[in-house]
Design a protein around this ligand. Structure first.
Ligand SMILES: [Zn+2]
Length: 236
């Protein structure tokens, strides 16, 4: 809409619903402030048919617990974790007939929030926002980094566009994080911006990074799931 010169605030759009991946809080706030629209997250999973959605309070997502039973486990030990602890989501749908998986491992990282009544009046329990998928975790010198951590940093830098790619060129632990990011039109000193971003990563995430800045639109939009982590090793 921006590219077509349409002022979002003049349209009848009332909210933005983000489905699919985890969304960085700073990205959501950016949509809120740039377009004046509340950004509500909707989480769903195709295979077992599970879901949750934010209400107008926007403090966690209400789990559709009348449709499925949700648990959180430690992905390594596979032991169940109590509410408030982050782990891998597993789900048992209660109504599925054709494909009724039991304790299906979703690979999504989140936590169930300790129960408390929501001011919106809904009584469904809540879960945290998603933190991407377990296989998405990248180890950089002992630190666990998720694409959403990178997204937080990008969204808080005014001159950067939203798209990015993390390049992982060898298995196991990485010495530094290689990231391709897009800068917005009007950026004059790309090198200074790159230095600034690398310093921010070092300060906020405690890791070394190697940032490659490319003009906006280079990475290309994907329609379903954005490919945030590109693994270039092991291919012939
Ligand atoms: Zn609510």
């Amino acid at each position: 809409m921006k590219e077509l010169g349409i002022d979002v605030r003049q349209t009848k759009l009332r909210m933005v619903s983000g489905v699919g991946e985890g969304w960085a809080e700073s990205y959501k706030r950016k949509v809120d402030s740039e377009y004046g629209l509340p950004f509500m997250t909707l989480w769903g999973s195709v295979e077992p048919g599970a879901g949750a959605a934010e209400c107008e309070q926007r403090r966690g997502m209400h789990i559709f617990s009348d449709l499925f039973f949700l648990e959180v486990i430690d992905p390594e030990t596979q032991e169940p974790l109590p509410p408030g602890e982050e782990g891998e989501l597993i789900v048992t749908p209660l109504l599925n007939e054709a494909m009724p998986p039991i304790r299906y491992r979703l690979g999504d990282v989140a936590k169930i929030l300790p129960y408390e009544p929501c001011p919106c009046g809904r009584t469904l329990p809540k879960m945290s926002m998603l933190k991407e998928r377990v296989p998405q975790i990248i180890k950089v010198k002992g630190k666990k980094i998720l694409p959403i951590d990178v997204e937080e940093e990008i969204a808080s830098t005014e001159q950067l566009a939203a798209d990015y790619q993390i390049i992982v060129d060898k298995p196991g632990e990485q010495e530094r994080l290689n990231i391709k990011m897009e800068y917005k039109p009007g950026v004059k000193d790309v090198r200074a911006l790159r230095n600034q971003v690398e310093e921010t990563f070092n300060r906020d995430l405690g890791i070394e990074s190697e940032v490659e800045l490319i003009p906006v639109g280079t990475i290309g939009r994907t329609t379903v799931k954005a490919q945030r982590v590109i693994r270039t090793y092991g291919k012939t």
